[in-house]
Design a protein around this ligand. Structure first.
Ligand code: SF4
Ligand code: SF4
Length: 156
């Protein structure tokens, strides 16, 4: 008669192995999981700096209001940064009224580095992304020039 394993029998060494396989969460992951922002793994690598000499100061704080994760905060000596909370999303650069005051860099999936230090940098990127999406939508509907010509024949 085959020996049946009791349903309550637990192999402690198996459990230990399972626990070890899970990679430990970094401080960054733990902190970001407490925020409402879900898309936090998009740009895990990057940098952010704020130039306290060109920052307008306490009467502005627009970057603090724009930051989705509260990575920026006010201190007696200017803007403070919790780098582990920074998503490198560039929202703070977009709203800063002083060019080159906030500098954000981030590594893309393909390994290239993007840099933002003025609203124009962000707007150029948004423009490029929108153009790419428009092109994609058009080529989805009309994969060839012939398909377009068939739908919209030239009239004399
Ligand atoms: S890039 Fe700026 S707005 Fe975005 S998370 Fe970092 S500090 Fe906040
Ligand atoms: S938005 Fe720019 S100028 Fe305003 S507080 Fe932030 S860093 Fe300073």
């Amino acid at each position: 008669m085959p020996a049946h394993k009791s349903s309550s029998a637990v192999n402690t060494f198996d459990l230990m192995g399972e626990t070890e396989e899970k990679p430990a969460k970094t401080l960054r992951q733990e902190l970001l999981e407490t925020t409402k922002y879900k898309d936090h793994d998009r740009y895990p690598e990057g940098t952010i700096t704020v130039n306290k000499y060109t920052c307008v100061g306490v009467q502005c704080k627009l970057c603090i209001k724009a930051c989705p994760t509260n990575a920026l905060y006010w201190t007696n000596s200017g803007i403070g940064i919790t780098e582990e909370l920074c998503l490198h999303c560039e929202a703070c650069v977009l709203c800063c009224m002083v060019d080159d005051c906030i500098k954000v860099t981030r590594k893309k999936e393909d390994g290239a580095t993007e840099r933002f230090s003025k609203p124009r940098d962000v707007l150029v990127l948004i423009g490029l992304q929108n153009t790419r999406k428009r092109r994609q939508r058009i080529s989805d509907i009309f994969p060839t020039a012939e398909a377009y010509a068939e739908k919209f024949p030239r009239t004399k």
